[in-house]
Design a binder for this molecule. Structure first.
Ligand code: TA6
Length: 327
């Protein structure tokens, strides 16, 4: 059988989008692409809870004690923080979108970026009477989750102000992305060197990152401001690099709870912090303001590439630029 026949046969047998019952009767959608990458999205929270490579290796972290039951947010994967990131506002921490039941968007307006993938799902969340009591605005939040041809995981959010009272609204936003790593003490983050950040562990005081890659020896909870559009997370142990590319999201939040906070969080295993790093494409410092009829778009694309980086063998900066070139 020729290779094109094989790929046609594979394409015939691949179910690109499958609706399934997940934990506790919550509905989920499984996305599969031809090369064998897959992803899982719960309609509860519009939350990606799994992203696996062609070998079936899990690339996202979900807590061993995650609670898949409303009204608790699922600990791990990629919670969507809207209309407020952090507890620095009038709403609950990270807003309510991750605790709402999203629906499949039957007829989404076309996205400007050409979509070649068949493994995608369009979800939508709209204002509700209940939420209007705490956030008195009308909006349409469209979220497309897709697997690209290289297995990359793409999330595109489009938020439109549909207020009929002429009022604008403002919001902050983050994809609270939990990446799975082998050993946090062997992880480096490239791309944030010399960038200013707000340190949530020091009353959001402003500091400037050092000139070298970010490494982890204790709890980190920082909002990096106006970062480059590409950030690399190198899992040295696994020889894997995640490249996070973002658009419309100027900031990036880096979080690891470390041991003490892990023990204090009931839905996080005591040792889970060793296997996770949160690198979140976000808009925190300067809220986004939309007038009625205006729409904002924020995209995040994560690619997992093999990295042969071993200390002393390869300059991470050079590797990082090489990793981007192979994109
Ligand atoms: O992303 C950083 C952060 O704001 C941390 O401060 C920590 O609270 C984390 O989010 C998780 O927040 P959650 O509300 O999901 O427990």
């Amino acid at each position: 059988m020729s290779s094109s026949d094989k790929s046609q046969a594979k394409s015939k047998e691949t179910v690109f989008v499958e609706h399934r019952m997940g934990a506790n009767g919550l509905e989920k959608v499984i996305l599969r692409e031809l090369r064998g990458f897959s992803a899982e999205v719960y309609l509860y929270g519009g939350q990606v809870t799994s992203w696996k490579n062609e070998l079936g290796e899990e690339l996202l972290f979900v807590s061993s004690k995650a609670i898949f039951k409303p009204p608790k947010a699922i600990r791990g994967g990629i919670p969507v923080c809207f209309p407020q990131f952090s507890n620095n506002g009038s709403l609950e921490q990270h807003g309510f979108a991750r605790k709402r039941l999203w629906t499949v968007d039957p007829d989404p307006p076309p996205l400007s970026t050409a979509n070649t993938s068949r493994a995608f799902i369009d979800l939508i969340l709209k204002n509700s009477e209940e939420d209007a009591k705490i956030w008195p605005h009308r909006y349409e939040f469209r979220l497309r989750i897709s697997l690209g041809p290289q297995g990359d995981l793409m999330l595109t959010s489009r938020i439109r102000n549909t207020n009929t009272d002429g009022k604008p609204f403002s919001f902050t936003f983050a994809y609270l992305t939990h990446l799975q790593v082998t050993d946090i003490s062997e992880v480096r983050v490239e791309g944030l060197e010399t960038i200013d950040y707000l340190d949530n562990l020091q009353n959001r005081q402003r500091f400037t990152e050092q000139g070298d890659a970010l490494t982890f020896e204790s709890e980190v909870d920082r909002v990096y401001l106006r970062t480059p559009t590409k950030i690399a997370v190198i899992d040295h142990e696994r020889k894997r690099t995640y490249v996070v590319k973002k658009d419309g999201l100027p900031d990036a939040v880096v979080w690891n709870p470390w041991d003490k906070k892990s023990k204090a969080m009931p839905d996080l295993g005591d040792k889970d912090y060793l296997r996770m790093i949160c690198v979140q494409a976000a808009c925190v410092e300067k809220p986004i303001t939309l007038k009625p009829g205006e729409e904002w778009k924020g995209r995040q694309q994560i690619t997992a590439v093999r990295s042969s980086y071993c200390s002393g063998q390869l300059d991470p900066q050079r590797y990082f630029s090489m990793a981007i070139r192979t994109e």
